[in-house]
Design a protein around this ligand. Structure first.
Ligand code: SF4
Length: 125
């Protein structure tokens, strides 16, 4: 288990990398800006990379290739819409046995004629 101070440093380093946005930050610049030795920063970065919170990318600056750190934007805002129109007339929604129906008992979807007919009717040939 990680100590609180390790987690705090990790949070500080991650925040700094995030602040740099698309510009990114080199490991040396990061060490200077958060005031931690390079060795300690390396360990923290390794953990952040393993957690997929940070990526390392080689970028060209002033004709030189420099490895920079970038925060991964994992705050997705995904809306998933499921069209339930085809289930509108499923017999189960109006079935008087709905609360008594289940797998492995007398009234079950596996043996239900109404459900089988509905599925066959909906299945394209
Ligand atoms: S599977 Fe058949 S019995 Fe069970 S709830 Fe649906 S329609 Fe009713």
């Amino acid at each position: 288990m990680e100590s609180d101070s390790t987690n705090n440093y990790e949070a500080i380093v991650h925040k700094k990398i995030k602040e740099m946005g698309e510009k990114g930050i080199s490991q040396q610049e990061l060490a200077k800006s958060v005031g931690l030795p390079i060795r300690e920063i390396s360990g923290i970065i390794k953990k952040l990379v393993e957690k997929k919170l940070v990526i390392k990318k080689a970028v060209k600056e002033n004709g030189k290739n420099i490895v920079k750190l970038f925060a991964v934007d994992n705050t997705y805002n995904i809306n998933i819409y499921v069209n339930l129109d085809s289930l509108e007339d499923i017999p189960c929604l109006s079935c008087k046995n709905l609360t008594k129906c289940g797998n492995g008992i007398h009234v079950s979807p596996q043996t239900c004629g109404k459900l089988s007919s509905w599925i066959l009717e909906k299945t394209p040939l």
